[in-house]
Design a binder for this molecule. Structure first.
Ligand code: SAH
Ligand code: SF4
Ligand code: F3S
Length: 448
């Protein structure tokens, strides 16, 4: 299509890695249509907000951003405003009542159809695309933000029903991509010089259960573990990460595969959400804290130095001080390398939001602070273990705060800074001796 006077686009991305990956694919589609990226929002002829609604604060942020550009549209009616992502899916047409200036509202399952949707917008239509659909394979090339590390979606959606969570209603049911499609994307990335891929899914370890075909033993032949073996057969990309894992699907077979396969990084993100069994039950997580602990023991049995990170929620409806302390105890005992913590936020359409026993905001923020304090201590303890060690770092970029330094990550995902020239080191895997340790980052010296 020829886009004469509509030239520049800008995408603002909120939320998780899933949204970041979706934004890269949408940018690829826009560039195929002839649009060019601009960093300057006011110069853009098309602005797309890729939104998140995991907590109320995330949703409100979207409205405040949108309000500003909606005003600009009164002066410049040719400006195209689009809202994608999870707020778009949650609100659908309702969002138009609040912001009638929008041209396009599209849910996450429609990402790969952005081109068709925009064609209709350019003909003068106001479009809402939020009905559940089969996600088509992306035939365009994503415009990836990095030339070194890349996201690869392997499963979309979520079939769980955690009682606090809006994701299943905005991302729909699980849809696994085929192993063939995933492997060809990874092979291509390797040819293009990428050094690291992160496989993405809400419950990545549930991968494949919606794909046809079971083996003679009755096991689905396309489990996540099988996929990891297959990826190793077809490519030698040096670092493979994956997120997010659900404790219920993290099998011993998967752990042993991660141990055996050389390119899988020893970092596992396995959210536990709460350390109290009654709360876990009300959350509908499907495991106990004992099961979670056994799982981490098993990971550490195979890979004693593996880095473990997780997510946790404080102030879930009805959570007592004692129950919160059970979360503290779990964090104390396991000693996570990093923990994403959040105060519970009631979300539309979720069961927990309707329960009467909501916890006061000041109690939630007090618990959050106490948990974060402990997380910082544990992360610092873990970081100190790196002192004097030699780590392999994949150099990604310059340290934005100090130009004579570069930054990258260890296999276990600790951010590491050291002196060096980015033009020589970008994309290189180098050995670095760690000399300083902060809770969530390290400094070292490159070994020649
Ligand atoms: N699929 C992943 C996580 C997806 S959402 C899993 O099951 O672990 C990312 C994180 O947001 C969750 O792990 C949870 O800690 C947090 N979260 C989700 N809903 C929330 C809510 N209503 N309030 C506060 N935090 C929430
Ligand atoms: Fe939300 Fe639970 Fe699905 Fe994770 S597993 S996305 S927390 S419903
Ligand atoms: Fe947010 Fe949607 Fe991700 S709600 S956390 S962007 S799946």
């Amino acid at each position: 299509m020829i886009i004469s006077n509509l030239r520049y686009y800008h995408i603002v991305t909120f939320g998780c890695q899933m949204n970041k990956a979706d934004s890269e694919r949408m940018a690829g589609i826009l560039e195929d249509m002839g649009f060019q990226w601009t960093d300057v929002l006011d110069q853009a002829n098309l602005i797309l907000y890729n939104t998140c609604t995991i907590r109320d604060s995330a949703e409100q942020k979207v409205y405040s951003y949108l309000g500003k550009q909606a005003k600009r549209k009164h002066k410049d009616p040719s400006l195209i405003l689009a809202v994608a992502g999870c707020v778009a899916q949650q609100e659908g047409e309702k969002i138009l009542r609040r912001i009638p200036e929008l041209d396009l509202v599209m849910g996450p399952q429609h990402v790969n159809y952005l081109g068709d949707l925009l064609e209709q917008v350019l003909k003068g239509n106001q479009i809402v695309a939020t009905e559940p659909i089969h996600i088509i394979e992306d035939i365009t090339k994503p415009r990836r933000a990095s030339k070194i590390t890349a996201w690869v979606n392997i499963i979309y959606g979520c079939n769980e029903r955690c009682s606090y969570c809006v994701v299943p209603s905005v991302r729909g049911l699980e849809q696994s991509r085929t192993p063939e499609d995933i492997c060809s994307e990874i092979k291509l990335l390797e040819q293009q010089g990428y050094k690291e891929v992160t496989l993405l899914g809400q419950n990545i370890d549930a991968y494949g259960r919606d794909l046809p075909g079971t083996t003679e033993t009755g096991r689905n032949q396309y489990t996540f573990t099988d996929l990891l073996y297959r990826i190793h057969e077809v490519s030698n990309i040096k670092r493979i990460r994956f997120a997010t894992s659900h404790p219920r699907y993290f099998t011993e077979r998967l752990i042993s595969a991660c141990h055996e396969l050389p390119n899988i990084c020893e970092h596992f993100h396995i959210p536990f959400q709460s350390g109290d069994n009654d709360i876990l039950k009300k959350m509908k997580r499907g495991y106990t804290h004992q099961r979670y602990r056994q799982l981490i023991d098993k990971v550490r049995y195979y890979m004693p130095n593996a880095s473990i990170t997780a997510d946790a929620i404080v102030g879930f409806p009805g959570e007592t001080e004692q129950q919160f302390e059970n979360t503290l105890k779990l964090v104390e005992d396991i000693g996570f390398d990093q923990l994403n913590t959040a105060a519970y936020s009631p979300r539309p359409g979720t069961p927990a939001a309707t329960w009467s026993e909501q916890v006061d905001d000041d109690i939630k923020s007090d618990r959050l602070q106490r948990l974060n304090h402990l997380v910082g201590q544990k992360a610092a303890e873990n970081s100190r273990k790196y002192l004097g060690e030699i780590e392999e770092i994949l150099v990604e970029q310059e340290n934005p705060k100090e130009n004579n330094q570069v930054m990258g990550r260890t296999r276990k995902n600790r951010l590491t800074f050291f002196q060096g020239n980015i033009d020589d080191l970008r994309g290189e895997l180098v050995k670095v001796k760690i000399t300083e340790a902060r809770p969530f980052s390290l400094t070292g010296k490159i070994l020649k």
